[in-house]
Design a protein around this ligand. Structure first.
Ligand code: GRF
Length: 196
C-alpha cells in the first residue's frame, strides 16, 4: 500500500508530544504514512531530540528569513511531502505556503473550535479561557490551516468534561492524550479522502 508522505512542523517550545504520536502511529502501521521530516525553527528542543531518537530526519527552518516561504516550499516539493501537520507551531504560516498547499496543511488546537481560538489563544491561555467561561465540555480540534488563526474547516474533534475543580493544568492534562488520538484519527481520515 502506498504510504502518504507527511511532514511535521513543530514550534520553538517544541515539546513534541503530538509529533511523537504521529511518528509512532506511522511506524506501528496505525497510519499508512511515513513522516519524512520534522521541521523545527529551533535546534535541541525536546521535539528535535525525540525526532532523532525515533529515527526521523530533522530540518531546521527559520520563519524570520525573508525567503522562508520559498525555501520551505522547495523542501516540501523536493521531499514530495503530501501532508503537512503543524504540532505546536504557534505562528501564522506565510500565505504563499498556505496557498501552495490547499487542503494539505493540518493543525491541532487544544479546545473545541470555533470557540477559544484565534490570535493569542495558545497553551494555558486556552484552558484558562475555557474554565473562566464556565464551559462544561472542552476537548481538541484538528482543522485545516488557512491564512487566519484557527479558522479552517474542522476535520475532527474529541470532547471531554470540564469539572468544577479543574485548573488549567488539570484540564490540559486531560486533553493532551485526546489530542494524540485525535491527530492520528484525523490524519487517517485525511488519507482516506485523498486515496487516489
Ligand atoms: C498542543 O496542545 C497543541 O494543541 C497546540 O500546541 C501544543 C503542542 O504540544 N497546538 P506538543 O508539542 O505536541 O506536546
Amino acid at each position: 500500500m502506498k504510504k502518504t508522505r507527511i511532514g511535521i512542523l513543530v514550534g520553538t517550545k517544541g515539546r513534541g508530544s503530538n509529533m511523537r504520536a504521529i511518528i509512532e502511529a506511522c511506524q506501528s502501521g496505525r497510519i499508512p504514512g511515513e513522516v519524512v521530516a520534522v521541521f523545527s525553527p529551533k535546534d535541541n528542543t525536546p521535539a528535535v531530540q525525540n525526532a532523532h531518537a525515533l529515527g526521523t530526519e530533522v530540518i531546521l527552518v527559520n520563519p524570520d528569513e525573508p525567503d522562508f516561504a520559498v525555501q520551505f516550499l522547495s523542501l516540501i516539493h523536493c521531499m514530495r511531502i503530501e501532508l503537512l501537520c503543524l504540532a505546536g507551531y504557534m505562528r501564522l504560516l506565510p500565505k504563499e505556503i498556505v496557498q501552495a498547499m490547499p487542503g494539505r496543511i493540518l493543525n491541532i488546537h487544544p479546545a473545541l473550535l470555533p470557540k477559544f481560538g484565534g490570535k493569542g489563544m495558545y497553551g494555558m491561555k486556552v484552558h484558562e479561557a475555557v474554565i473562566a467561561s464556565g464551559e462544561k465540555e472542552s476537548g481538541c480540534s484538528v482543522h485545516y490551516v488557512t491564512e487566519e488563526y484557527d479558522e479552517g474547516e474542522i476535520l475532527l474533534q474529541k470532547k471531554c468534561p470540564v469539572y468544577p475543580e479543574d485548573t488549567p493544568q488539570t484540564l490540559a492534562e486531560r486533553i493532551l492524550p485526546l489530542e494524540h488520538e485525535c491527530y492520528v484519527e484525523a490524519i487517517n481520515l485525511w488519507i482516506e479522502r485523498h486515496d487516489d
